[in-house]
Design a protein around this ligand. Structure first.
Ligand code: FES
Length: 112
């Protein structure tokens, strides 16, 4: 009765993960052995500070507006700011979402 924690679902490549509402997306993925970074970015990343841009993912579903840091990083190369990618480390999961990681060091190759 009563205090049941609200959960939402993160889907990634056929895997469904139920997480606490408001969880950090990068943390959730890493906790489930899903790396939001490609290749060498697995080691060469800012560890969630929002400055390297290598945790960029496509998110299908309702997501909050970009944080200031996220907007700043996604507005310069190789990101375009308008390609719909989000930084997993800056996203709090607040509804059911589907996550896709694209190719490229920064995961920036959305249309290839
Ligand atoms: S881990 Fe560097 S921007 Fe997300």
């Amino acid at each position: 009765m009563g205090n049941k924690e609200k959960t939402v679902r993160v889907s990634y490549s056929g895997k469904n993960i139920d997480v606490a509402l408001g969880s950090n997306l990068r943390d959730v993925l890493l906790e489930h052995n899903i790396h939001p970074h490609n290749d060498k970015a697995t080691f060469l990343n800012c560890r969630g500070l929002g400055s390297c841009g290598t945790c960029a993912v496509e998110i299908n579903g309702k997501v909050h507006a970009k944080t200031k840091m996220e907007k700043w990083r996604l507005d310069f190369a190789p990101h375009k700011g308008t390609d719909g990618l989000r930084l997993a480390c800056q996203v709090k999961v607040k509804s059911n979402i589907k996550v896709v990681k694209h190719e490229g060091f920064w995961g920036q190759l959305k249309f290839t």
